[in-house]
Structures are given as C-alpha cells and as structure tokens.
Design a protein around this ligand. Sequence first.
Ligand code: C2E
Ligand code: SIN
Ligand code: SIN
Ligand code: SIN
Ligand code: FE
Length: 827
Amino acid sequence: MYRNFKQFCIFIILVLFTTNTLAKDKPKILILHSYHQSYKWTSDINNGIHSIFNDLTKIDLYVEYMDTKKYIDESYYNILTEIYKKKYSNIKFDLIISSDDNAFNFLKKHNFTLFKNSPVVFCGTNYLKEESLKGFPNFTGVNEKADLEENYNLILKLHPNTKKIYTITDTTKTGQLIKNEVKTVTKKYKDKKIEFPIIDDVTFPELIKKVQKFQKDSVILFTFFFRTKDNKFLEYYKAIEGVDKNSNIPIYGLWDFTLNHGIIGGYLTSGYFQGQAAGKIASKILDGRDVKSIPILEKSPNEYIFDYKQIKKYKVDESNIPFGSIFINKKDSLMDLYFKEIVALTIIFILMILFIITLLINITKRKLAEKRINKQLVFQQNLIDNVNTPIYYKNINREYIGCNKAFLELMQVEKNDILNKTAYNLIDNDSAKIFYEKDSELLRSREVQEYDGNLTLKDGTRKDLIYYKNVFFEDGEIAGIVGAIFDITERNSLNYELNRLLSSFDKNVIASKTDINGKLIYVSEAFIKVSGYREKELLGKTHNVLKSGINNDSLYEDLWQTICEKKIWLGEIVNKKKNGEIYTLHTIITPEYDKNGEFLNYTAISQDITAQKLIQKANQEIELLNEDITSTQKEIIFRLGAIAEARSKETGMHVKRVAEYSKLLALYYGLSKNESEIVKMASPMHDIGKIAIPDAILNKPGPFTKDEFEVMKTHSKIGYDMLKDSNKKILKAAAIIAYEHQEKYDGSGYPRGLKGEEIHIYGRITAIADVFDALGSSRVYKKAWKDKEIFEFFREEAGKHFDPILINLFFKNLNEFLKIRDNFKDI
Ligand code: C2E
Ligand code: SIN
Ligand code: SIN
Ligand code: SIN
Ligand code: FE
C-alpha cells in the first residue's frame, strides 16, 4: 500500500512536470501599441497581426495600449514603466511586437530592463533610419514610409490638368518629417509648372477657411492632421472630414485611416498591412529563426487603395487606376467575387459556342453537300433512265448497286429485287456463274470487256445479248463494275430472215455465172436442181454439159457474138438434164464489168417455163394462216424493200410513200382494215426482184435499150419467186404484188400480160401507187414530172395502164395522197 503511494507520488510529479513543460512550449507574446485601439490605425495594425496569429489557443498573448496620442508628457511614461514593471517582472516574453514610434522608442529605452531583452518586431515606425537600430540586435521589423512621389505621380496621372497640389499635414514630429520630404520630392516637378503649397501650421478653423478657397485645377494631398497650431488633438477622421466637406476638389491621402472619410485614395500606408508584415516576421522567429538573421523590411508594405464612392463623385477615369488596386465602397460585383470562376466559365462558354458554331457550320455544309449530291444522283439516274440501253453497276462483291429503267425492263424485275443482290438472285445459276467468272476476269484485267451471251428471261423468252463492261474507280481504288447490255435478238432474227430470203433466191432462181471462157463459176441451187447434175459436175465446165442438140447452131453464134460485144443476150434455150429429160429455159445473159470496164463475168438468169406451170398448179392450195403479225416481221419486210430500193439509189422514203398510198387506195376501194394493213406492209416489196438486176442496168443514167428493158422486166418474176414459198400472209401478199405490179389494165403490161380484173387488186393498187410516186420523183434516168403532167397522164391512162375505178378514187381523195407525199418527203 505504502509502496503504491510512493509510486502514485512519482506519477503525479511526472504528470505535473509534463504539464509544466507543455505550458512552457506555448510562446508568450506581448503586443505593445503606441496608441489606443479606438484609433483606427492601431486597430488595423492589431487586425493585421491577428491575420497571422489567428489561433489564440496556440499563443499566450499579452496586449498593452500606451495611448500616447492623447497623453504624451514625461510623467505619464514613468507611470507606464512602473505599471509594466509591476505586471511583467516575472515573465520572459518570447517575442514583443510593437506598433508605431512611441512604443518602438519606449522599447529601445526599456526592453533590456523591463522585458529581459526579448526579441522585438516593430511596425509603424516612420522613416526608420538604420543607425537608429545600432546596438539593438534583437530588433527587427517593418518600416513605415509614406510614398509622396508615388502619390504625386498618381494625382497627375488621374488629374492631368492639375495646376496646384496642396499638401496638408500637421506640426507633429512625423508631420514635419513629411514637410521636409515634400520639399525634397517636389523639386523633381519643377519643369511641370505645378505648384506644391504646404499647409501645416494652422488651427482647424484656419484650415477650413483655406480649403474653401482652393480653386479648380487643384488637388489636395491630405497626410494627417492630429495636432493643431493651438496644440489641440483631433480625432484621426475630424480634419479630413472637415476638408472634404468644405472643398470641392479631389483629395488624396497617404494613410489608409483617412479612407472612407473623404479621400479618393492613393498609394496608402496601411495599418493592416503593417501589422500583417510584422506578424509574418514574428511567426518566423517563433518557428526558431534567429531574430538577427531577419532583415528589416525597408519597403513599406503600402497599397493602392481607393474609395469607389469618391472615384465616382470626382469622375476619375477608372482605366488609369493602377492594376491590382484595392477598392472600398465598391459593391463587389459577381465578377470580383468569382473572377477566376467567371473567367473559366466564360472561356468554357466561348469554347462551347465556338464548338457549337463549328458543328452548325459543319452540319449546314454537310446538308448542302448532301443536297447537291442528291440532286446530282437524281440527275444521273434520270440521265441513265433516259437511255434505252440497259445499264447496271455493281460493287466489287458483284452486288448490284444501281441500274436504269431499261435494265429493269429487260430483266423483268423491280429495282428492289436486285439492289444488293448478285446475278445468282436474278438469273439461272448457269448464266450467273458465267457472269461471275467474267466479272472476276474484268476485275483482274481492268480492261473493257465485251462478250456475247444469251439469257432466258423469267417469261421464258430467249435473248441474244452483247455485254460491254468496265470497272470504275473511287478514290483510286476499284469500286465496282459498270455494264451496258445490247439486245441483238431482233437484229439476229432479221439477219436470219434476210439470209432465208437470199437463200430463197438461190433456191428458186435459175442463175449462173461463167468466166470469160464460158466456164461455170457459180450455179444456183435452182440451176442445179433443174439440171439434175451435182454442183461439182457443173463448176468449171461450160454450158455444153447441158447441150440438148435441139437448138440451132446459129443460136450459140448469136449468143456469143452479142455478149462479146458487151451486149445482153436473151432467148430460149432447150437443155438436157442429166437424166436425159429435155427442158426449156427463157434465158437472159448479161456480161458484167466493173467500174473500170474490166470484165467480171457473164450472168445468166433463166426461167423454166415448164416449171412455172407446175408451180402455178402446186400453189393452188391456199393456206389459211391466222398468225399475228409481229412488229419484227413488219420491220423485216420493210427493210427488205428498202434494201432493194437502196441498190437502185432511191430513198427509203419511196417505199414508205408507196406503202401509205397503197393502204389508202385499199381502204377507198373497200378492202377491210386488216387487209389494207397487209397491203401497206407488203407493197414496199414490189421491186424486191431488182436485187437480181445487174448494177449497170439498174442504175443506168439514161433510157434503156430494148434489151436492157427486157432484163429489167424480169424483176417482177424474180421477186415473186423469192417470196412465193413463204406461208406468212404478208409475204404471200408481197409475192402477188411483186408479180403483178407491172401489169397494165389493158393487158399491155408484163410479165404475163394480164388484163382487167385478172390482175389482182393488190397489183392494180400498187401499180398506181408506184407510178404516182415514180413520176413525181427524179430518177437516174429521168427528171421528176410536174403535178399537172402527172394528173394528165393519170386521166389519159385510166382504163389503159390503170384501173379506172382506182383512178377515180385517187382523184376524189387527191388531197389525202398529197398529204402523204408531204409527210414523207425525200430528205
Ligand atoms: P421505177 O422507176 O420505179 O418506175 C416504175 C414505173 O413507173 C415504170 O415501170 C413506169 O410504168 C412508170 N414510169 C416511171 N418513169 C416513167 C416515165 O418517165 N414515163 C412513163 N411513161 N412511165 C414511167 P417500168 O417502165 O416497167 O419500169 C420499171 C423499172 O425499170 C423502173 O422503176 C426503173 O427502175 C427501170 N427503168 C425503166 N425505164 C428505165 C430507163 O429508161 N432507164 C433506166 N435506167 N431505168 C429504167
Ligand atoms: C502617426 O504616426 O503619428 C500617425 C500616423 C502614424 O501613426 O504613423
Ligand atoms: C445480267 O444480265 O444479269 C447482267 C449481266 C451481268 O450481271 O454481268
Ligand atoms: C453478280 O454479278 O452479281 C454475280 C455473278 C456475276 O458476276 O455476274
Ligand atoms: Fe417495179
């Protein structure tokens, strides 16, 4: 127990010791103010100090206000000394902070004795001179120096027209220091013709009276005015308020305690900043820095401070006020309060606006571009849609990405059926495979591709097509394939018909060609057939092979003599077939020469008179055919007529006109519409037989000899032979027309000399149509006739050459015929 008590005592001692040590750690600070805290300057200094020492729990603070503004006699100081001795003899301060000259001077005198030579940080010491600190190594602090020159410059900058600057100060020690300083500083402004009167040694009423007389163009620099000529003390704001009330000119100051009492502002000495600067030095010392190592802050921590109310009152140009100035009586705008935030927000806002504007511009640009592109696309689509040739394009995956109407029509699909699809979706697999391979080849070679192909369409029709394909590029890369398709189905079928008809000539016309020695170089199929020989047995031989021995020798002599004289021979020859049968031919032999007069060959065209009769019989049976006439067939027929006409140097218009005249005559005559249509389609072929007429005769630029005309006359029979085998209605009608269009009503025509109604109505109609057009046109052999002559001729020939009923109908409806002639003029 006892032992325990001992331990307890040790514990208590330890605790006390520790507590004591901790208490000792809290620095003891004395703040010694020269004046009283009711003086704003002093309270500002105090606030400045406390802006640094803001946590009073961390310091042990003592404050003394010497109040030496009001009490300044020697005995008062003695009493103060006694009081401090009484209060602080037991205390060692870690630091003393003094404000203003009186406390500073007091410490210089008594620090050693009263305060055990504690470190001193002073502030508010006016015009401190270095030598005044000699022997006081424990002292450091802040100089206080009103900056006259800075303020005069400021006044002249803000009031450039100033003529006089009154400096008001008082008779205190500091006041007189200032007076001397004014005299020194103002020497610098000599050149500027500005007066710098000083007002100091006056009573308060005298001061007011003077101030009332200050004129415009003057400015007051009010320093301070505490003590009057009659040794009266004035509160720090009394004099400045009096001056402000009684003058109407701008007042500037040197100390910030005059602020808010009438001065506009100035480069001010500020109690607050003095205190703050001292506080900063003090805290360094408390942090352990040696006071001797801290230099005196020579540059007084003054600031540009302005009373915004007065700035407005005197209309001071704010733009001339130095940057970074402090203002009082200025309602802090949001701008001042949140300057950084507002700047940041403004920048963000501006950036956003810029961003939005950029976006809008881009959107507008894009829309415009899209519009333009769309327009162009529509235009291009229209363009290719107006082309009759099917056109399509595909991407490199062989998917269709576009086409024109003609392509859709050809393929018998809708656009949506093909877009983004391949040929495999469109046509049979075999054809698609071919296209696929062709596409691959094209993509490899990049060279225009052309190939034939046929395609079975959805509806089963088969088309002969030619494909033209090429690649197209985008941005330098192959982007796909473009193709055009030519449908040659019709062309092929026309060729087929033409070949058929030409072979019909070969089959039906007994024709041969011999060389100059009379050796056969060509025999037609009909020739071969009628002779009973084979082609081989004939070619290279002479006509002697066929000699029957029945003809007179004089016939051959005449024949050879005629053709050797380059004349046409015609006559009847009796020949013998291979099997010994005899047959009779009506033969025309024409010697043919080229343009330069060089001999080419002898052409013989014959008619087997026996055969003709057999054919007439055989053709008795009439086939009834109800086949529709397709446009293709019409076209073929028209073209065939045109081929013959083209050879005889007549324009295609001739056959067109003949067709129209014929149809009109057929209708007026009373034939059905259908039949009239057939007449129209068949009539262009009336001269198809001219195909067989040698050029020299066909295009002879003058009247025929009798013989030449005989050759020409064969064109009707030849045409008939070419056409007669067809079982198509139109071609049958054409055969009749070819055969009978040269017959005449009175029986004087050819080839058969038919008479009146023996001549088929088609023949009678075409005769009028043909002659009407032939007379009105110029030919290689004749000039065009005048209408009057034509009509006279027609009237005369009614009942002779022409059917009088048809002539009658012709004149009755003459205008209609003339209209046709106008509509189909030769070009
Ligand atoms: P084309 O020129 O088409 O004439 C057809 C028919 O119109 C002729 O049948 C005839 O009936 C009549 N024609 C044409 N021009 C005249 C003419 O000046 N006077 C008279 N009176 N009638 C005329 P045609 O006469 O049987 O002739 C058949 C074809 O023979 C003609 O077809 C033409 O290609 C050719 N042709 C007829 N005469 C000559 C001729 O003297 N010289 C040449 N180079 N060709 C002729
Ligand atoms: C004065 O110093 O006497 C008044 C202004 C100041 O305290 O410095
Ligand atoms: C077609 O006929 O399908 C167009 C040709 C092709 O795809 O290459
Ligand atoms: C296609 O073209 O779309 C695939 C087959 C072809 O190459 O034509
Ligand atoms: Fe004719």
